[in-house]
Each structure stands twice: as structure tokens, then as C-alpha cells.
Design a protein around this ligand. Structure first.
Ligand SMILES: NC(=O)c1ccc[n+]([C@@H]2O[C@H](COP(=O)([O-])OP(=O)(O)OC[C@H]3O[C@@H](n4cnc5c(N)ncnc54)[C@H](OP(=O)(O)O)[C@@H]3O)[C@@H](O)[C@H]2O)c1
Length: 312
């Protein structure tokens, strides 16, 4: 199967979709259509971008060679590879719309292919298309996209590849690599656990930083806690990525400083319960990381303090 022969339609040009349109174009692959669900879209039927060089991200609307803005059903006829970048809850319905419209009717040497990019949800969301004879694939870029659509936004990003046929997985590897990503295989039933890891790594970290900013603003009486914390957050993140969690860990638990932990716990009694719970739970993980560096007595003291506390 030759990637270069495919005509791609990106359905849902939102945060990920707009990035993919730019990246596919940058990689020299053909995006022939952009599928939208807005019947009254001003650009519907018009072409987007001027084709390369400049491409969909750089050209001006109305050029001759850019992808065509079409309704979802029409995208079935304009392409032989459909990349569904609609919200997770809409993937199955959009797959149904494409399947009903008769995918694969474009004169093409490529076996028709459908892709979705949900990290948590199953390949089976594409079942309507699979039943219509379309190859199905999940490609999940392990990155966060906010819609600025830089063509290099996928460079170096790990990409989970899920398919139920080896030839489709191999095509997924090739496509992900062509877009500059680092593909790895992920079994369909592992996707929810994989996505849980990603949510803890990124979303919970953001929530934790939000709590830290609130505490900092309370401590200083100012409103620039984020700016004050920024170098600390950046260095801690760079260290965990560069050295691994155990080597990156600093702070009172890493030093075995029970008096400071005790003082923190006393302060946390006046904070929302969720902050105290997060502090205790995550400090226990920190203690697991630090334990090889601490003496047994210190580990026991900290463990008791964090599990049972004082005044708990
Ligand atoms: N954003 C990320 O960081 C990221 C990372 C990895 C994977 N993903 C995955 O990428 C997919 C898209 O996420 P996103 O964050 O890019 O979402 P998004 O920014 O909300 O974009 C969704 C796009 O789909 C369109 N859309 C919504 N319902 C539709 C329908 N029924 N038919 C056709 N188009 C429809 C939306 O149009 P309107 O806005 O005009 O309604 C919008 O253009 C999801 O599967 C998500 O899990 C996202």
C-alpha cells in the first residue's frame, strides 16, 4: 500500500484536525477534502489554502489546489483515506454517515482506510466503515494540541498505533513516521489504561499546578503565583523527563525531613480536603522513590505521618 497514492479527507478541522491538515501537506501527502458538519459553512464547497508550497496552513482560501471543504457525506466520495478528528463521542456516528455515503467509490488503487485518533476509545468505533470494506486504524499522537496548527507540531511525538491486521498496523507505522512521529504498537484493550496514564501525566499535572498557584497567591498576597513558580515548574519537569522520577525528586520527603512534612500537614488541615489528600497520596509515591536513599527509621516515620498523620 502506497501512502503517496492516498487522497486524505480530514473530518473535523478542530485542534488536532487542523494540525493534521498542515502536517499531511508538509509531508507531501494529498489532503483532498476537509469534512465539516456545518451545512451553512461559509467555506463549504470552497477550497482552502493554495496547495504547496504554502499549503493549507499557509495559502489563502480560494486557491485552486487546496483541499475542498465538504459535508461529511460528500467527503466519502472525495477521498480514500478518512481521518476522523471529531470529538470521541461523535466518531461512531460520523463513521456511520461516511459508510452510508458509500466510501471507496473514488477511482483509486488504494484500499480505503479510516483512522480515528482517540486515545481512550476503541478501534471498534469505526465498525460501520469496517463493515463497508474499509481498513480501520487508530493513530493517537501522545501530545496536546491547542489549535495553532504548526506543521511541525507532530515532530518527535510518540504515536500509538492500533489495528487488527498486521498490514494495517504497518501502514499506520509508516504514516505516523512520515508525519515525523515515533510510532509504537498498542493493543485495543490497553487503550483505556494507556489514556489514564496520559491524563495523569498531563491533565492532573495541570490541575496540581493550579492548586500550587492558589497556595502561592495566598502565601504572598499577590496574584502572580504562576510567574513566581514558573522556573521551578520548568526545571522540575525538565529533570523528570531528562533524569527519570527518582533522580529528579527533591524536597522534604526526598531529604527525609519529617519536621517540614509535619508542618505541611498542619497547614493542609486549613485547605480543601482534596489538597491534603493529594499531598498525602503523592508524597507516599515520593517516599517510594526516595526510600533507597533514606534510613529505615526515617522511612517508617514519614510513612506513618503520611498514612495516619497528626490530628487525623
Ligand atoms: N486536542 C488534542 O490535544 C488531542 C490529542 C490527541 C488526540 N485527540 C483526539 O482528536 C480528536 C479531536 O479532538 P480535538 O481536541 O481536535 O477536538 P476539537 O478541537 O473539538 O475539534 C473537533 C472538530 O470536529 C468537528 N465536529 C464536531 N462534531 C462533528 C460531527 N458530528 N461531524 C463533523 N464534524 C464534527 C468540530 O466542529 P465545530 O467545532 O465547528 O463543532 C471540530 O472541527 C478526538 O478523538 C481526540 O480524542 C485530541
Amino acid at each position: 500500500m502506497k501512502l503517496d497514492a492516498y487522497h486524505f479527507a480530514v473530518i473535523g478541522p478542530g485542534r488536532l484536525g487542523s494540525t493534521l491538515i498542515a502536517a499531511l501537506d508538509e509531508a507531501g501527502l494529498t489532503v483532498s477534502a476537509i469534512g465539516t458538519h456545518h451545512e451553512d459553512d461559509a467555506g463549504l464547497g470552497g477550497r482552502f489554502g493554495g496547495g504547496r508550497p504554502g499549503g493549507p496552513g499557509g495559502g489563502s482560501p480560494g486557491g485552486a489546489a487546496g483541499p475542498l471543504h465538504v459535508r461529511v457525506a460528500d467527503a466519502a466520495l472525495e477521498a480514500d483515506a478518512w481521518w476522523l478528528t471529531v470529538p470521541d463521542d461523535d466518531i461512531f456516528a460520523v463513521a456511520g454517515q461516511l459508510a452510508a455515503a458509500g466510501p471507496g467509490r473514488r477511482r483509486s488503487s488504494c484500499p480505503p482506510l479510516a483512522i480515528h485518533s482517540s486515545g481512550a476509545r476503541s478501534l471498534r468505533l469505526l465498525r460501520p466503515l469496517q463493515e463497508a470494506g474499509v481498513l480501520t486504524l487508530c493513530l493517537h499522537p501522545l501530545q496536546t494540541f491547542s489549535g495553532d496548527a504548526r506543521p511541525d507540531a507532530l515532530a518527535g511525538v510518540a504515536c500509538a498505533v492500533t489495528a487488527d491486521e498486521e498490514r494495517v498496523s504497518a501502514l499506520g507505522d509508516e504514516l505516523a513516521a512520515r508525519l515525523g512521529m515515533r510510532p509504537f504498537r498498542l493493543a485495543d484493550e490497553r487503550k483505556p489504561l494507556y489514556h489514564l496514564s496520559a491524563a495523569v501525566a498531563a491533565n492532573l499535572m495541570v490541575a496540581l499546578e493550579s492548586e500550587a498557584v492558589r497556595l502561592m497567591n495566598e502565601a504572598t498576597g499577590r496574584d502572580d503565583g504562576l510567574q513566581l513558580l514558573a522556573p521551578l515548574v520548568s526545571t522540575a519537569t525538565a529533570n523528570v523527563v531528562g533524569k527519570g522520577p527518582a533522580a529528579a525528586l527533591t524536597g522534604p520527603v526526598a531529604r527525609g525531613d519529617a519536621a517540614t512534612v509535619r508542618a505541611h500537614l498542619r497547614l493542609l488541615a486549613r485547605q480543601p480536603a482534596r489538597v491534603a489528600e493529594a499531598y498525602r497520596s503523592l508524597s507516599l509515591e515520593a517516599l517510594t522513590l526516595a526510600a533507597p536513599r533514606l534510613d529505615d527509621e526515617t522511612v517508617r516515620t514519614l510513612k506513618t505521618l503520611l498514612e495516619e498523620g497528626e490530628g487525623r
